[in-house]
Ligand binder design. Structure first.
Ligand SMILES: Cc1ncc(COP(=O)(O)O)c(C=O)c1O
Length: 393
């Protein structure tokens, strides 16, 4: 019997993650310096861990309600208001998910009918396309360019809208490009979102890692707030990737519909993690500032280093990734990364892992210590020099 034939057609069309593929290669190589993984390298702040220990000691090891702990939802509502000037009813408009990852999946499953079109600005986070395909939606690429700082322009957005468009799925600050959309950038696309009744799924998991500007959400625009489904979580802002807590804030119609899936598929995220997240949302503002300051120093260091090597990159305005151009090396993104891994034992991710639009770029995470970044940069330098010599430059 062929077990392959037993798999659903939907699953068969999903390609394995380009990041995973690369890390499988890297894990077979001892002594590799990896600047590939998108997770903060800080310990989860102690007060957050303490809250989890306390929850365990208290025997809080049972299911919570499907929407998550009331206290956590109240803290999330306060937090969104305090940090981003957003107003949500904690009881009707917020529920707790297993990270931003569940939020992405469940949103697509709730919204899409077969062949509904979802516009994804690309290069894009690797989980978006599979989530749309698993829900039988159709992905429509909106090509972002380095020249525009990887921002969505009104012209580019309007050009890809059809009568089947239902959702705009966006992510600012962006993984992988580090691009952000400012209030002024959003002002230009809000009328289009309104005109075409688009539902916006806004993944704001890196909101706290916005450097030069204030973070702005499309949900800050009253005229479209009810069209926006906001996804966020604790992984990146508080260095809590393994705790698996995220949340969705949206109007009640969407929340109630999403809960229909969440209650059967998930029941609730880990109770202990939810207790820990209360402490993060309530008392974690200074942790965020401390980690952000450190990311900013690393960003400045790596951007300068890469530009000195001629791997030009704009300075990322948010998140913790740089997306330099490797055009001058004359290699494809895949070739560059495979050779860099083999010849210098440095792992970074090919831009093509985030869509064809990433060809000619690599993604480097700077959620690593300055020492690691320094060592990796010196190896990248040797590699680039060798490649250019081979080319006869
Ligand atoms: C843009 C983006 N969204 C969502 C996620 C998933 O985050 P979580 O750990 O909350 O599931 C990631 C993780 O890398 C991400 O980069």
């Amino acid at each position: 019997m062929s077990y392959e034939n037993k798999l659903s057609e939907k699953v068969k069309q999903i390609k394995p993650s380009g990041i995973r593929k690369f890390f499988d290669l890297a894990s077979g190589c001892p002594g590799v310096i990896s600047l590939g993984v998108g997770e903060p390298d800080f310990d989860t702040p102690w007060h957050i861990r303490e809250e989890a220990i306390y929850a365990l000691e208290q025997g809080n090891t049972f299911y919570t309600g499907n929407k998550g702990l009331d206290e956590l939802r109240k803290e999330v509502a306060f937090y969104l208001n305090r940090r981003f000037n957003l107003e949500y009813d904690w009881n009707k408009e917020i529920f707790i998910t297993v990270g931003g990852s569940e939020a992405i999946d469940i949103t697509m499953r709730t919204l899409l009918n077969p062949n509904d079109e979802v516009i994804i600005p690309k290069p894009a986070y690797v989980a978006y396309e599979p989530a749309v395909l698993m829900s039988q939606g159709k992905v429509i690429d909106l090509n972002l360019t380095e020249e525009s700082g990887f921002k969505i322009t009104p012209e580019a957005l309007e050009a890809v809208i059809t009568d089947k468009t239902k959702v705009l799925l966006l992510n600012y600050p962006s993984n992988p490009t580090g691009g952000v959309m400012t209030k002024e950038d959003y002002e230009k696309i809000v009328p289009i979102i309104k005109k075409y009744d688009l539902i916006v799924v806004s993944d704001e998991i890196y909101a706290e890692l916005t450097y030069e500007n204030e973070h702005c959400s499309l949900a800050n625009f009253d005229e479209i707030k009810d069209q926006v489904i906001l996804l966020n979580g604790f992984s990146k802002a508080y260095s809590m990737t393994g705790w698996r807590v995220g949340y969705i804030a949206a109007n009640q119609v969407f929340i109630d519909a999403m809960l229909k899936i969440h209650q059967f598929a998930i029941i609730c995220p880990s109770t202990i993690s939810q207790y820990a997240a209360i402490s993060a949302a309530r008392d974690g503002d200074s942790d965020i500032e401390r980690m952000k300051e450190s990311f900013l120093q690393r960003r400045n260091y790596i951007v300068k280093g890469l530009n000195n090597l001629g791997l030009t990159c704009h300075s990322p305005q948010g998140a913790f990734y740089v997306f330099p151009s490797i055009a001058k090396c004359g290699l494809s993104s895949d070739e560059f990364c495979e050779r860099l891994l083999k010849e210098e034992k440095v792992a970074v991710v090919p831009g093509t892992a985030f869509g064809n639009q990433g060809e000619g770029f690599i993604r480097i995470s700077y959620a690593y210590s300055i020492e690691e970044i320094k060592e990796a940069l010196s190896k990248i330098e040797s590699f680039v020099k060798r490649v250019l010599t081979e080319k006869g430059n």
